[in-house]
Design a protein around this ligand. Structure first.
Ligand SMILES: Nc1ncnc2c1ncn2[C@@H]1O[C@H](COP(=O)(O)OP(=O)(O)OP(=O)(O)O)[C@@H](O)[C@H]1O
Length: 350
């Protein structure tokens, strides 16, 4: 396992139904499809052979259509669901080997959950809702107040401490939920469609706020969404699921520029690439560029990994010269001329 991996799933399967073990054996021997497993055993495949690692500090988005297995997969991480087969590690510990007490402790100390509808406690104030995990842990009142104050400030809800959940908008309630998840300072946040019920503007604000918070606190997050725009906006990497299987894992740029199959391609089709695709993925490598005189490449060089299509278009409209692309350490590594840029905008590799 990579040293920085906080979560690791290895060949995890979940088969729902009374004959799950039997069905699992048959799947392993005969490679049955989802429909065959349903027909033959009356069992539903929730997730199939899922493997991935999430590194420290990543926002790992899990994206797919309804019923593709997103929630089932994430609920394995805190063992709300027991796998039918496979291994699961969190912070280097074998989650499936934990006894009830150890599991309770891991959920309380290491893992925080945020859901679509946070089910705040209606008769408790915002402050007491946020402090609830600490109360369960037996922390003193002054400590609870101090922590809940800090967490409410982090989600911009200072001043609302003494309100009740019903007095807050949906977006504010979700922020209280996030503050509650942060109160126990978990290593990992598991977020299941936390912003999906909110209107687009509020949703965007919460995404921005969450990204800033995540960068500041360095939390490792698994974030479920059925919205590729959201996954691309906030994800360090994205896992795309279909029929219980992971069909592709990649950075937003990789998903958009190199969709693994037609399913992913369909999702990606409507996504604007201008802020997602960077110079390195469309440039012609220097060695292959049928260069005229290097002196002609007069435009000031641009960095391969931080110059997006949008910026390249701006530069290119102001000059006829090709653009020199440099590596992180300032070496010239490639060239983008107008035909290359047009190809990049259309989605073709140079
Ligand atoms: N407790 C259960 N018993 C039987 N089948 C289940 C159970 N939970 C989930 N499933 C099935 O497992 C598959 C994956 O469901 P899951 O809820 O994980 O999908 P999802 O991608 O999270 O969907 P949504 O976006 O609608 O929440 C579906 O076919 C679902 O019907």
């Amino acid at each position: 396992m990579n040293d920085d991996a906080v979560i690791r799933l290895d060949g995890v399967w979940k088969v729902f139904g009374e004959r799950a073990e039997e069905a699992m054996e048959a799947i392993q021997q005969r490679n049955l499809s989802k429909a065959e497993v349903l027909g033959e055993f009356g069992c539903v495949i929730g997730i199939a052979d899922c493997s991935f690692e999430v590194q420290k500090g990543e926002i790992f988005c899990v994206m797919g259509l309804s019923g593709s297995g997103k929630s089932t997969m994430v609920r394995h991480i805190n063992r709300l669901i027991e796998p039918t087969a496979g291994d699961i590690q969190v912070l280097g510990r074998d989650v499936l080997a934990l006894n009830a007490e150890e599991l309770r402790e891991m959920r309380a100390v290491n893992l925080g959950m945020v859901f679509q509808h946070m089910a705040l406690l209606p008769h408790r104030t915002v402050r007491d809702n946020v402090a609830f995990p600490l109360q369960i842990r037996g922390e003193s009142k002054s400590r609870r107040w101090e922590v809940s104050q800090r967490c409410l400030e982090r989600v911009d809800l200072q001043g609302y401490e003494d309100r009740f959940p019903r007095e807050l908008s949906g977006g504010m309630q979700q922020r209280v939920g996030l503050a509650r998840a942060l109160a126990s300072d978990p290593d990992v946040l598991l977020m299941d469609e936390p912003f999906s019920a909110l209107d687009p503007l509020i949703r965007r604000q919460l995404q921005d706020q969450f990204m800033a918070l995540s960068a500041e606190l360095g939390k490792t997050t698994v974030f479920i969404t059925h919205d590729l725009d959201e996954a691309i906006r906030i994800g360090t990497r994205i896992a795309i699921m279909k029929d219980g299987r992971i069909v592709q894992i990649g950075t937003p740029e990789e998903i958009v520029t190199e969709p693994a199959d037609d399913y992913v391609r369909d999702f990606v089709e409507g996504i604007s690439k201008l802020k997602l695709v960077f110079a390195h993925s469309i440039m012609v490598p220097l060695a292959e560029y049928q260069a005229k005189d290097w002196e002609d490449l007069a435009v000031s060089p641009r960095a391969a990994h931080s110059t997006d299509l949008d910026t390249l278009i701006d530069i290119s409209t102001a000059t006829e010269q090709p653009i020199v692309i440099t590596s992180d350490d300032g070496m010239d590594v490639g060239v983008i001329d107008k035909p290359t840029l047009l190809k990049g905008i259309q989605g073709g590799k140079a």
